[in-house]
Design a protein around this ligand. Structure first.
Ligand code: FMN
Length: 338
């Protein structure tokens, strides 16, 4: 298919091909979705009946994501990429969530007819290739209302709430909770080992995982930072660094929350995440995640009144502007097809 995963030749879309060929091509965009630790926990099964999205259990972080919640959100984000790309190429999409005995089968996708893409659909599509998570301190730029409004209508149809938090009082309360969660996580050796197992050096050829840059305030090479993180608890300084970044480098927070907490909610959260990220990327804005407070169940329960969210916050995002970072790697489409 394509060698560099970001150099997709859009003009090669098989307009005259059958559904199978079209769906196969759309996977080029699905694999560019964000995922927890860049684990890419998705597998795809293509047949004459359409496309199955399957959770790759081997890529779920057992300790930090015991119910596969963040992994399934990531698969939902991949589904969102397929929707956006299909619409751009003029195809309607039918998505059915699966709740069969095959617990890893998440959704089934078919292309159902013609679709007339709006200017918004076209802009979101072009943002797929340059969207990236950016963990730097952001300047004061706020997201334009228009970028948020266009996502809000999808939030309603997906039964997901998107709320924004900008006042410093809220940010201070929230950052204290992040600090508590970070300290608690880094105090556990198994957390540190799982975290560093996804850490890659800038020279790594592995098609998944993350470089350490931006996670904590260090420029140490991986060879040194990885064992140091494994064997020593840096939770206190990483917690402080996160607090400072929340208070001094995060003009806007976005919270995606749901009324329930099951697979449907997680997949819907992931789809909305994709629409939000692409809408913001189109406006030159970046996002990074502050999910530690959600990953700790007792702290998660305390968040809704502070963040004005529904009962189950699913993702907490910082939004702002900063200079671009290195793109993360991806497995090829071939490596993800069963
Ligand atoms: C469900 C989900 C949870 C994530 N959680 C975090 C997080 O807690 N901290 C973080 O820095 N990045 C987080 N990320 C961002 C991923 O690390 C990022 O998407 C991945 O490395 C791929 O990079 P990209 O988004 O630039 O393509 C999360 C992404 C998703 C989809």
């Amino acid at each position: 298919m394509v060698e560099n995963v970001r150099e997709i030749k859009d003009g090669l879309f098989p307009f005259n091909g059958d559904e199978l060929h079209k769906l196969t091509f759309l996977l080029n965009y699905a694999i560019l979705a964000p995922s927890h630790y860049n684990a890419q926990p998705w597998r795809f099964r293509l047949s004459n009946n359409g496309l199955d999205i399957i959770l790759d259990k081997k890529r779920v972080s057992r300790f930090v994501d015991p119910h596969s919640r963040e992994a399934i959100i990531s698969c939902g984000a991949a589904i969102g990429m397929i929707e956006v790309a299909a619409h751009y190429f003029g195809c309607s999409v039918n998505i059915n969530y699966e709740n069969t005995t095959d617990r890893d089968l998440l959704a089934h996708i078919n292309l159902t007819g013609n679709f007339d893409p709006s200017d918004n659909d076209i802009a979101w599509f072009h943002a797929i290739k340059y969207r990236q998570t950016n963990r730097k301190y952001f300047d004061d730029t706020e997201p334009p209302n228009q970028a948020i409004d266009s996502v809000q209508s999808y939030a309603k149809t997906l039964d997901v709430q998107l709320s924004l938090a900008r006042d410093i009082g809220t940010i201070i309360k929230f950052s204290d909770m992040v600090e508590r969660a970070v300290k608690r996580q880094f105090a556990k050796p198994w957390f540190r080992f799982e975290f560093t197992s996804w850490q890659r050096s800038l020279l790594s050829l592995k098609p998944d995982g993350l470089t350490g840059h931006g996670f904590y305030n260090t420029t140490l090479p991986n060879l040194i930072s990885k064992p140091m993180l494994n064997w020593f608890n840096w939770g206190s300084s990483i917690g402080k660094y996160n607090v400072d970044k929340c208070r001094n480098g995060s003009p806007t927070f976005a919270v995606i929350s749901t009324a329930n907490d099951d697979r449907t909610d997680w997949l819907n959260t992931g789809r909305l995440l994709t629409f939000l990220l692409l809408g913001l990327a189109h406006q030159g804005l970046s996002v990074s995640y502050m999910n530690q407070a959600i990953q700790e169940p007792d702290i998660r329960k305390q968040l809704p009144p502070i963040l004005q969210s529904l009962q189950y916050p699913q993702l907490i995002l910082r939004i702002g502007k900063a200079s671009p970072v290195h793109f993360t790697s991806r497995r090829s489409v071939e490596q993800t097809i069963m």
